[in-house]
Design a protein around this ligand. Structure first.
Ligand code: UDP
Length: 238
């Protein structure tokens, strides 16, 4: 497969066209942003970790029956994915209170929910990714009712698979963000990434934060946290 011209550059990834019209190549960067781009920085080695972690988790999800855009890892930072049209919704699942949930509803971080929650943000940087509900999403024609039903079902299935998996490596999956895409035939598949940039991951015993909150909140040892998660995931306890 030949990597052709870049068609998109986001905050953490670049996307390239290929000689196969049904495939893109994504390349992960070390750039990190937070608070809708207000805080910028670099996390050394992040691109390679997020690429490889995403691919391993996507492969696990495929095995458990969740359709994804993942095709093949090309290198440390590059992956072939199916070409999709991204549904402009950020789908957030939470198992434990943290971040905006804790802030918005006036609860402390760390409250374990009886059942996971789901919420949507309209993926639109100019508007600051506002929270919307499924009726708003349909009114804005971001997705159909059937697509939203599929997305909700898949998102909870992803949560179940990932929550169980992370527990086996001593990590609590606190919350995370997913994005979905449409293949050319309209099939909804999981897209984007699953990494410490997009998940809150706490050590099961100590509740130490092993995710991007270390960058957002200047907690230090950001690289170390990403490496720790990757090391556990590879079964090579550092
Ligand atoms: N998240 C993300 N991208 C965003 C917003 C949130 O990946 O643009 C992830 C975030 O890492 C966390 C979860 O979604 O794991 C819930 O985030 P929250 O709504 O609490 O917002 P935050 O405090 O992260 O801005």
């Amino acid at each position: 497969m030949t990597k052709l011209e870049q068609i998109y550059e986001g905050k953490a990834k670049k996307v390239f066209r290929t000689d196969d019209p049904a495939r893109f190549i994504v390349e992960y960067k070390d750039d990190a942003t937070a608070f809708n781009g207000l805080k910028k920085g670099t996390i050394a080695g992040k691109g390679a970790i997020n690429n490889q972690m995403t691919n391993r988790l996507m492969a696990l999800l495929e095995k458990q029956g969740v359709p994804t855009h993942f095709v093949e890892e090309l290198s440390e930072r590059e992956t072939v994915v199916k070409k999709v049209e991204i549904v402009p919704l950020e789908v957030i699942i939470r198992n434990i209170s943290a971040g905006h949930f804790a802030q918005n509803y006036g609860v402390e971080e760390g409250v374990v929910f009886d059942e996971p929650t789901i919420e949507f943000s309209y993926k639109n940087d100019d508007l600051g990714d506002p929270l919307i509900n499924s009726y708003h999403a349909r009114a804005l024609k971001l997705a159909t009712r059937e697509e939203i039903d599929t997305i909700v079902r898949l998102a909870f299935q992803v949560n179940k698979v990932l929550q169980e998996f992370f527990l086996t490596i001593g990590i609590k999956l606190v919350d995370f963000k997913l994005e979905f895409g449409r293949l050319s035939d309209g099939t909804i598949v999981l897209a984007d990434e699953i990494s410490p940039d997009t998940c809150r991951l706490w050590d099961k015993e100590t509740n130490e934060k092993l995710d991007k909150d270390r960058f957002r909140r200047d907690l230090g040892n950001v690289e170390g946290a990403y490496q720790e998660v990757m090391g556990r995931l590879l079964g090579k306890q550092p």
